[in-house]
Design a protein around this ligand. Structure first.
Ligand SMILES: *Cc1c(COP(=O)(O)O)cnc(C)c1O
Length: 353
């Protein structure tokens, strides 16, 4: 740390993204990217689009907001477009929470939430997941402050259904509920349908996972128009041109390829079922996932040990040091061939024990 770093950040512990190693090519099942390329319609990006890069993008990303609004059957005024949903979540945390308006989230959930709280000086509390890693719905209904729920949750993959989310939203209409739906396309139920009925709900989505656009950085908030205006006020106080021209066009093209999107989501779900059954057959406990990853543990080997052994065999999965989940590894659902490589490596490792 330099002597110039602001005092107010002296205790900041930044988020640590999953490994993106460059030393060799791994079977990469650690950061929930898609194994499939984005829609081939993206090839329509042409020399005019590149020439247009000399111009700033539309700060409202009107064409993209309209395309996604139509897709979700909401109004354009209900959509905020961001540079990945991490940015959207950052704007949401800074717009609506602070020292007096605190926020609560699960003890085991997306690791970025407490980092935003530290960065923006937000007070927060943790609501422990139940023993079986399901969300403690009653506690979320009862707490008076704003709440953030990843649904399906990360890194467990466990999801609440829409009626459970609605119960939490309507239990207290004077506090905000943020639902982070990064993984909703893999079998979860989206809360987007509720935004017309409830003005205390914000749904965040991303094109990083189900639409294979992690490298393009595109995320959304969907909410009542007054909430969207507040989020825009933060954006226009920070970076008016947050989504670049090429990403905007890629987003529009991706939305227009509904068939490819649905097919990829179904394949991931099939592969998830296949992996889950194979792991159970090998003596693993596997949490019931509605996401593009599974959490699994085997009593014969610790989570960290299994992660390291797989890495030495060229396969990357994710291990979290947190006490409650340290026995588990989280495996991104890859293509069938990648899953088979993983399974044979695991078989090997278990045999060598
Ligand atoms: C991946 C992920 C995000 C961030 O996605 P980006 O759009 O790539 O920034 C947000 N929330 C959760 C729970 C995620 O897993």
């Amino acid at each position: 740390m330099s002597k110039f770093f602001s005092e107010k950040y002296k205790n900041l512990i930044p988020y640590i993204p999953g490994e993106q190693p460059r030393d060799k090519r791994y079977v990469k099942l650690n950061t929930n990217e898609s194994p499939f390329p984005p829609s081939s319609l993206l090839q329509q990006i042409n020399t005019t689009d590149f020439a247009d890069l000399r111009l700033y993008p539309d700060p409202e990303n009107t064409a993209l907001a309209k395309a996604y609004a139509d897709y979700l059957q909401v109004g354009e005024e209900n959509i905020f477009v961001g540079n990945g949903s991490d940015e959207v979540l950052g704007f949401v945390f800074s717009a609506f929470f602070d020292l007096n308006n605190k926020v609560a989230f699960a003890d085991i959930t997306y690791g970025f939430y407490p980092v935003y709280c530290d960065l923006f000086g937000i007070d927060y509390s943790l609501i422990p997941l139940n023993q079986d890693f399901s969300l403690n719905k009653e506690a979320f209904c009862n707490i008076k402050c704003g709440v953030v729920i990843a649904n399906p949750n990360a890194p467990t993959g466990i999801a609440l259904n829409l009626s459970e989310i609605e119960e939490i939203v309507k239990s207290k209409l004077d506090r905000l509920v943020v639902v982070d739906e990064a993984y909703v396309d893999f079998g979860g139920e989206s809360a987007v349908k509720l935004i017309k009925k409830y003005s205390n709900l914000i749904v965040c989505q991303t094109f990083s996972k189900s639409r294979s656009l992690a490298g393009a950085r595109l995320g959304f908030a969907i909410a009542d128009k007054e909430l969207i205006k507040d989020i825009k006020a933060i954006k226009y106080s920070f970076n008016s041109y947050n989504v670049n021209r090429l990403t905007e066009k890629m987003g529009i093209l991706s939305i227009s390829d509904q068939q490819y999107f649905s097919k990829n989501c179904s394949t991931i779900i099939e592969n998830r079922d296949y992996l889950t059954n194979m792991l159970i057959g090998m003596g693993f406990d596997v949490l019931d996932s509605k996401a593009n990853f599974v959490m699994a543990k085997n009593d014969l080997i610790g989570g960290k040990e299994l992660y390291l052994q797989l890495k030495s065999r060229g396969i990357l999965v994710r291990h979290f040091g947190k006490d409650r989940i340290k026995d588990y590894i989280r495996i991104t659902i890859g293509a069938k061939a990648e899953i088979d490589l993983l399974l044979s490596a695991i078989k090997n490792i278990l045999e060598e024990l």
